[in-house]
Design a protein around this ligand. Structure first.
Ligand code: MN
Length: 219
């Protein structure tokens, strides 16, 4: 799948770098410790859907949760990127959803298995319209807000991230070469909850155009 960056370059979506437990209040609701370094997992590019799309609930899960997240869209290749230069690698920001099959994730945690299945289903990474990075003064001062059927479920400021965007880029780039078209899902605040067939999700972040998706049982 391709995306168009704010500078009009069209690139293939690369890696989805996703951060777990990056807000203390979400770690607490999951009854988990706050990690002392960013916790990174990957999703496949095939999980991405865009505004107006449909999240399909897979038959393998009975408990799919929404997680609203700020997404940094990488626009410049780099490795071992310093924190000072990190935000120069961000082409734009978008609001996104890290859809999670919580029952499969809990099983995986118990069995010490990876999260790829719980996190990686098709349609499990909705991505909103991309705003140019130049339009966002400070990615750590945005309000994330998720409504399900018109009711607010998650609302928080990105100032509460344990590891801010620049630190996440620095950290991830010690491991992975970052490429234009990579997406960094920066973690969710508290308020995660199940979605159901027929739900309408409306996600917003300050300075970004909103994201609307609906939820359907997979046939
Ligand atoms: Mn998440």
């Amino acid at each position: 799948m391709k995306i168009t960056l704010p500078d009009d370059r069209t690139v293939s979506i690369g890696k989805l770098l996703c951060i777990g437990r990056n807000y203390a209040d979400h770690a607490a609701e999951m009854e988990r410790e706050v990690p002392d370094a960013p916790m990174v997992f990957l999703k496949p590019a095939t999980a991405v859907i865009r505004d107006g799309g449909t999240v399909h609930l897979p038959p393998q899960s009975r408990d799919v949760h929404h997680e609203i997240e700020l997404v940094a869209v990488i626009g410049k290749k780099g490795r071992k990127i310093s924190q000072q230069e990190a935000l120069d690698h961000v082409a734009g920001y978008a609001v996104g959803l890290d859809m999670t099959a919580r029952d499969l994730q809990n099983e995986a945690k118990e069995q010490r298995h990876p999260w790829s299945v719980a996190k990686g289903f098709d349609t499990f990474a909705p991505l909103g319209p991309i705003s140019p990075a130049t339009a966002i003064d400070n990615p750590q001062a945005l309000t994330l807000r998720l409504e399900v059927n018109g009711e607010v479920r998650q609302e928080a400021s990105t100032e509460h991230m344990m590891f801010p965007v620049a630190e996440l880029i620095h950290y991830c780039s010690q491991i992975f070469t970052l490429m234009p078209g990579d997406l960094l899902y920066t973690g969710t605040p508290s308020g995660v909850a199940p979605v159901e067939h027929g739900d309408e999700l409306y996600a917003s972040a300050t300075g970004c155009d909103s994201l609307r998706v609906n939820v359907q049982r997979s046939t």
